[in-house]
Design a protein around this ligand. Structure first.
Ligand SMILES: Nc1nc2c(ncn2[C@@H]2O[C@H](COP(=O)(O)OP(=O)(O)OP(=O)(O)O)[C@@H](O)[C@H]2O)c(=O)[nH]1
Ligand SMILES: [Mg+2]
Length: 301
């Protein structure tokens, strides 16, 4: 009997904002790691999601959506984080949203044409939204003529349709190799980072359209005490008026954000969590490279 060789490598997930990149990585991992929301530009930092199985270790790289508007320092940071993820990976997943092809998708494609060295799989996501699946075929043909994709797969990350097949196709393109991370490691990010992200996600959920674009979360305290985590997080907004929106009437909104974030932290960390939230104003942080660095927006990795 011949043993199949172990495979390991990196898979970058790229695309414009809001196409479902983070939803896809969570679906593949079978666990909520990356935050998602209905609003574009949810993911701001690169994050690794590691899936180790008997025959392979695949390291997925979730990236911020590549977008055209880069007037603010934060947007430039996000575009850099996404663009540089194309380098040094074994496979690239280019995720698009069903039939909604936009100028931003076109930009991503241009970037792939100029700098992709690894094979690219075109992932047409959100096919559950299409009542008439027939429309997909001409779309696939049209896009396949634009670039030499290693494969084109329609999927639904939310419903889990065709995701197993996608994983099989990815594996075929991954080289033989040893474990890169310990087999029980899920991500490269710290619990502190994940805690801040969960607070940010709940702010997205509870604030909806009222969400100030420039909102960020910094963990000030993260202590382990008698088997539980004591976490203190500061929510930074840019103006005084935004502070009252985040706090809500009689503090109700902030309370709900804290409760939902705490519940998910407890499930992610597997222990009881005591969470406290504050809201502070820090003017112009999203425009200022130095303040961004202080808030953890570093070009690391
Ligand atoms: N109907 C449908 N919705 C989906 C699917 N996948 C993702 N979504 C939704 O699309 C929205 C955006 O999903 P995200 O995973 O946050 O998208 P993203 O590409 O990571 O976005 P950014 O981080 O902003 O670049 C969310 O409301 C998801 O629930 C899908 O297969 N079907
Ligand atoms: Mg995302």
């Amino acid at each position: 009997m011949t043993e199949t060789a172990f495979r390991s490598g990196y898979v970058a997930i790229i695309g414009r904002p809001n196409v479902g990149k983070s939803t896809l990585i969570n679906r593949i991992l079978g666990q909520k790691l990356c935050i998602t929301s209905r609003r574009p530009q949810t993911t701001r930092h690169r994050i690794l999601g590691i899936k180790t199985e008997d025959d392979s270790q695949l390291i997925y790289v979730d990236t911020p959506g590549l977008h055209i508007d880069d007037k603010r320092a934060m947007n430039r940071y996000m575009n850099r984080a996404a663009a540089s993820s194309i380098d040094d990976v074994d496979v690239i997943l280019f995720v698009v949203d069903g039939m909604n092809w936009t100028d931003e998708d076109e930009r991503v494609l241009e970037r792939l044409r100029t700098s992709a060295k690894a094979p690219v799989i075109l992932v047409i996501n959100k096919v559950d939204k299409l009542s008439d699946k027939e429309v997909l075929l001409p779309q696939i043909e049209k896009l396949a003529a634009e670039f030499e994709f290693a494969n084109v797969l329609p999927i639904s990350a939310r419903k889990g349709v065709n995701v197993d097949q996608l994983e099989q196709e990815i594996k075929k393109l991954i080289p033989e190799g040893e474990l890169i991370f310990p087999e029980d490691q899920l991500t490269d990010r710290s619990s502190r980072f994940l805690a801040a992200e969960l607070v940010r996600e709940k702010l997205f959920r509870h604030l909806g359209q009222e969400l100030p674009y420039s909102i960020t979360v910094e963990i000030e305290q993260f202590d382990e005490e008698n088997g539980m985590y004591r976490i203190g997080a500061v929510i930074y907004v840019e103006r005084d008026g935004q502070k009252s929106i985040v706090i809500g009437k009689k503090g109700e909104l902030l309370k709900s954000v804290g409760k939902d974030a705490r519940i998910e932290m407890e499930s992610l960390f597997g222990c009881k969590v005591f969470l406290r939230l504050w809201v502070k104003v820090r003017e112009g942080w999203g425009d200022n490279e130095r303040m961004l660095k202080n808030l953890g927006y570093n070009d690391e990795l």
